[in-house]
Design a binder for this molecule. Sequence first.
Ligand SMILES: [Zn+2]
Length: 135
Amino acid sequence: MTDTRSPEQRRRIMQSVQTKDTGPELTLRRALFAAGYRFRLHRRDLPGSPDIVFPGRRKVIFVHGCFWHGHGCTKGQPPKSRKEYWLPKIEANRERDHRNVEELQRLGWSVRVVWQCELRDPMALFDSLGIFLAR
Ligand SMILES: [Zn+2]
């Protein structure tokens, strides 16, 4: 399965589904759907219950909050106070995420992690996901 859409076509799809009253994750899902992708949400029978699952392509997307999943961006920095409380929790999440990705890959799934901070530029993200899904 190949994705022959141009960046310009993707941009138009994004613009057609962007609304003011929805979160960026929902906007992204709508754009993927409008682009013709069909997917399932939160498949609990897969390791880590991936947020968006493309069964036909054997690909999954996790949407991770930068703080809770320990992203290296500015939003993902642990708070300066009570580090001894936060750091073990975040580290446990990171280890669990890592195990889930390995387990999914072992089962033949391709995994893309979308960080919360990437949702600030939904069009760039949509382009990048188009490439991931076309591979
Ligand atoms: Zn981030």
